[in-house]
Write a protein that binds this ligand. Sequence first.
Ligand code: ITT
Length: 395
Amino acid sequence: MRIIFATHNKNKIREVRQILGDVASDIVAKSELGIDFEPVETGKTFAENAELKASGIRSYMLAHDMLQDDDIIMSDDSGLCVNYMLGMPGVYSARYLGEDTSYDVKNARIIQELRFAEGDERAAHFACSICAVFADGRVFHSEGKFEGLIAKEPKGTNGFGYDPILYLPEYGRTSAELTPEEKNSISHRGKALRAMRDQLMKVLEDDRKKGINQGAFPEKKEDSGLVRPFQTILVVSDSHHKDDNLKDVLSRLGMIDFFVHLGDAEGTEGLIQQYAGDGVKCFFVQGNNDFFTNLPRDIVATFGKHKCFLTHGHYYGVNMDLSILAEEAKIRGCDVAMFGHTHRPCLKMVNGVMCINPGSISFPRQMDRKPSYMVIDISEDGEFTYHQVLLDKWT
Ligand code: ITT
């Protein structure tokens, strides 16, 4: 088993090897595998950012044929949260006052911000969130905290970043005055890593009992004699800021070439793009609940030999019938119209235009209330095969 840790920080890798050495024999930094992919940390929480990094690396490895069945991709996100500053710099710790600003300056500014704070008002903590993504797409999280007070002046030269200003009353020293061993034994990252180790040990043991070969991920279609289509489009709609089903589907499908979201993502487009992975071309249109966005109302895109009209559909009365939508698609020279809005799956030829609706991946409204999506396989000669898929659960 191999753990690929998504970091540039050599201290982190050393710590990970110390703590997770008994889970995996091989623990490598992503750079050691030549992975230069840099996920963008657009999350609002440490956990979101950790997952963005790990799932982004998994998608990259999948797309570059580097992923082994028993790989675990792991990442962490951490930072300093200062109560008096309402939790800032938090997820912005590395970017606080600018990425290139020295920590002498960042630390001095925080002390200055707290010049009127006394006693418990100076409470702060380092937080760390670890995320592990298995090759088969399962995702696990763990957390750790390291609490103290913001010092009145920086002290100590060990550690890095904000260590000189986190004062630990029970030690009478700042974090930068602890030895590395002392810090590792009580730090946020140490705690989160140990919690992750316990969780992984249990999951792997359960897998062994169930006879699951960890990481026997489903996208190895060649092994089962199936031939991978030339290209694949995943089409979804109406996720309305609830992306757990979509994340599962993306993980299970493995490699796709195009991703189409037909509106009402409600602000999670950036995250979805990250989940889809680096090499996937994504299309998003604006839904009636996508306020304050610059997303296009309609897109015309060619896949294989089909010209497709992508739209949410509320401007074309799709809740009533599909004739206006089909007419608009024809005017734009399209033979396929993809739409959402109704939260009901549909695959229907209307006046020579194939009208498809994947249904809602999060809030289905058809009779059986099963979340749904559509996969379109494109053959080498550009023909479409449609697969309407219902998730086997209700919402
Ligand atoms: P990678 O993203 O490559 O792993 P990084 O050092 O930027 O490396 P993080 O994003 O997790 O790691 O950390 C964000 C910032 O939070 C980091 O640059 C420090 O300023 C601060 N930080 C996190 N852990 C810390 C610690 O143990 N001691 C001091 N500062 C810490």
